[in-house]
Design a protein around this ligand. Structure first.
Ligand code: SF4
Ligand code: MSK
Length: 675
């Protein structure tokens, strides 16, 4: 192509407005740099490629080759009987429910297959086949063993003796792995839910049998000509989503904690500014910590540090993207470089010597961006490879974990010398405290003496804390990057709502300085600020990655157990939110929160608008069955206030609404006196 043509092409190319695309200055700077270098990013592609309106409504079916059958909602809605149907007669409700179900199945599969991968490594460690991993949290191992009815003591000659931990680990590993495909019974972890919730699931016939079966059944039931009742399809979504949240994800989180250590609060930094010009920068991106744990260990060996220095660098800087970022942050304080939408931008700095990816949320376009720089893009997982030639595939084998990890780190170090001179790392980063597990919240808010969620509940009952919100999930290039996460969280804090966060939402909060104790004085209402300042915690608690949403379920269960706030999760003054959701995993997470009793609001449009009856079922009627329901609100302030209204509704039902009025009056009076 001639230069003139190229210029015309570039001029005609629609580009994103960096200021409109993101609230992060670092992101804006890197979008501008990419545009200067004529490298397209997701932000530009979102301007040129518009979403399909019918797909967005959830009413496009391509489940057989007679379709795709597309059933958009007519302008002005439906009057009288809904006559829309596909070639086979499938109604808009059936089609939308089937599409929704397949999203739940895909999301549950992604989490659960991740969990299975961890369980397999745990089994190989228990069998002493992998020597580079050790059991780092034996206390958690014993706790989980109890859930599986594994004896931790034995009787010998009338004496009770502790069993060998390795023996318990092996029994646990074998039992845990069976959860994916056992032929009968129900998932073992279901009994960890509050009794009232378990009984509700049982009464409604949605107790999952094993993880894999629930996914397979969704795929079967949504095949042409099988389940044609949207309510019955949603019932299977429920069973599958529970299998994710209270099964595959929860097992994944627990076994990761056993193998890699349960998180405790650590201080770190966040944003693209964590990358260092004079260091070898290795970016870890994806989800499973199996590999990233080893890379962290390898990069911290003196051997690798010396090797980096030999090659002219001052050291090795690791940084994370997406949920791998959360995993290595919560256990090692490795700083995140960014969220889902910043993955291309980390390479655009020109300072990324290697990006190591495993599974989920990895843009295929990374390969095209990496081609413009010296960056080595390395895929490591057998199920997630890239077709582009410049991508290296170095399959990771847990049996040779440290050896493989060192090879990868050395490759990054060797690549340091190939870095061009045109490096531009944004200067921005913020400080954070991350890594609150269920146990550390117990410690910080309950004290080691009480060892329960008593203090948290007490502060909710006395009104200082209005309620608790889980704000989680992705970024979506159809919305302004990070804006909704941050506005919603700030509005919740202002109204005395304690926030628990995971996934990319947690990374957004860390980038915007919301994960530090000092945040309380700046953004919180007086009640929440007082509690956080007394206890010394941030008002937004980082609880890990996407699979770690299971920690939020268990935190809610602990609140029920601590007493005073009803006897089921649906009684608690809590709400959930995924402001900028985009992945199928988010739909599975949303659904398991809903059917665990949580009012859950999504920010970006849900694929239900084309099927009003199906939508009404999820948004209104489902609450009567499970106590939780779906909702969607794109405006961040309205979104937060919907959550707050729900929290207040629950406070009123518990009879604790007056306490809050009293406490705030007391505080205002006190402040007036102090003034
Ligand atoms: Fe159309 Fe029915 Fe085939 Fe779907 S399953 S594509 S609605 S004919
Ligand atoms: S990484 S699923 S963009 S949260 Fe878990 Fe982030 Fe969503 Fe991927």
């Amino acid at each position: 192509m001639s230069d003139e043509k190229k210029e015309k092409g570039a001029a005609a190319k629609k580009l994103a407005d960096p200021i409109a695309a993101s609230i992060d200055i670092s992101t804006q700077e890197m979008i501008k740099r990419a545009q200067r270098l004529d490298i397209d990013t997701v932000f530009d592609r979102a301007v040129t490629l518009k979403p399909c309106n019918i797909g967005m409504q959830g009413t496009c079916c391509k489940n057989c080759a007679m379709g795709p059958c597309r059933l958009p909602l007519p302008k002005g809605g439906i009057e009288g009987e809904d006559q829309r149907k596909g070639l086979c007669g499938a109604t808009a409700n059936t089609i939308a429910a089937r599409n929704f179900a397949r999203m739940v199945a895909a999301g549950a599969s992604a989490h659960s297959d991740h969990g299975r991968g961890v369980a397999e490594v745990f089994l190989s460690v228990a069998r002493k086949e992998s020597h580079d991993y050790k059991i780092k949290d034996p206390i958690k191992l014993l706790q989980i063993a109890k859930c599986f009815d594994i004896a931790v003591t034995i009787e010998e000659d009338g004496e009770t003796k502790d069993r060998d931990i390795d023996e318990i680990a092996l029994e646990l590993a074998e039992k845990a792995i069976a959860e994916w495909g056992k032929p009968e019974g129900e998932l073992t972890y279901l009994k960890r839910a509050p009794e009232a919730l378990y009984e509700k699931w049982k009464k409604n016939g949605v107790l999952p049998r094993n993880v894999d079966r629930e996914v397979v059944e969704i795929m079967h039931r949504t095949h042409i000509g099988v389940d044609q009742d949207y309510k019955n399809i949603v019932k299977q979504c429920t069973r599958c989503a529970i299998a994710d949240g209270w099964g595959g994800s929860m097992l994944g989180t627990d076994l990761q904690d056993v193998l890699f250590g349960s998180p405790t609060p650590v201080q770190s930094e966040a944003d693209l500014g964590i990358m260092k010009e004079d260091h070898v920068n290795i970016i870890l991106h994806g989800h499973e910590p199996i590999l990233s744990e080893m890379i962290v260990a390898a990069a911290q060996t003196q051997e690798m540090i010396d090797y980096a220095k030999e090659k002219g660098a001052k050291g090795i800087q690791l940084g994370g993207i997406c949920c791998t970022a959360n995993e290595v942050l919560q256990r090692h304080g490795i700083p995140p470089a960014g969220t889902f939408l910043q993955q291309e931008l980390a390479i655009i700095t020109g300072a990324c010597d290697a990006m190591i990816v495993d599974i989920q949320c990895i843009f295929q376009n990374l390969a095209n961006v990496a081609k413009c720089f010296h960056t080595k893009l390395i895929t490591t997982h057998p199920i997630a490879r890239m077709e582009q030639e410049n991508v290296l595939h170095m399959e990771f084998d847990e049996h040779y974990a440290m050896e493989d990890a060192k090879k990868i780190v050395m490759l990054a170090i060797d690549n340091f010398k190939n870095r061009g001179s045109d490096v531009e790392i944004p200067r921005y980063k913020d400080v954070q405290v991350a890594g609150f597990g269920v146990e550390s919240i117990k410690y910080h808010l309950g004290g080691s003496f009480r060892g329960s969620y008593y203090t948290l509940n007490d502060n909710i009952i006395n009104g200082r804390i209005r309620g608790v919100a889980g704000v989680v999930g992705c970024n979506n290039a159809r919305t302004k990057h990070n804006e909704e996460h941050i506005e919603i969280v700030k509005e919740l804090l202002k109204n005395d709502v304690l926030v628990l966060t995971t996934g990319c939402s947690a990374l957004a909060c860390s980038t915007h300085g919301l994960l530090k104790p000092e945040t309380a004085a700046v953004y919180c209402g007086p009640g929440l600020a007082e509690v956080c300042e007394t206890v010394g915690i941030p008002p937004v608690l980082h609880m890990g990655s996407c699979v770690d949403n299971s920690r939020i379920l268990l935190a809610a269960t602990e609140m029920v157990k601590a007493g005073g706030l009803g006897n089921d999760i649906c009684d608690l003054p809590v709400a959930g939110s995924a402001p900028e959701w985009m992945s199928e995993k988010a739909i599975s997470i949303g659904h398991y929160f809903v059917v665990s009793g949580v009012y859950t609001v999504f920010g970006y449009q849900m694929p239900v608008e084309g099927a009003p009856q199906f939508k009404k079922y999820l948004y209104e009627e489902y609450e009567k069955v499970f106590g939780g329901k779906w909702d969607c609100e794109p405006d961040p302030i309205k979104h937060a206030h919907k959550m707050i209204a729900h929290i207040d509704k629950k406070r009123q039902a518990l009879g604790i609404d007056k306490a809050r009025e009293r406490i705030l009056m007391d505080m205002a009076d006190r402040q007036a006196l102090e003034g």
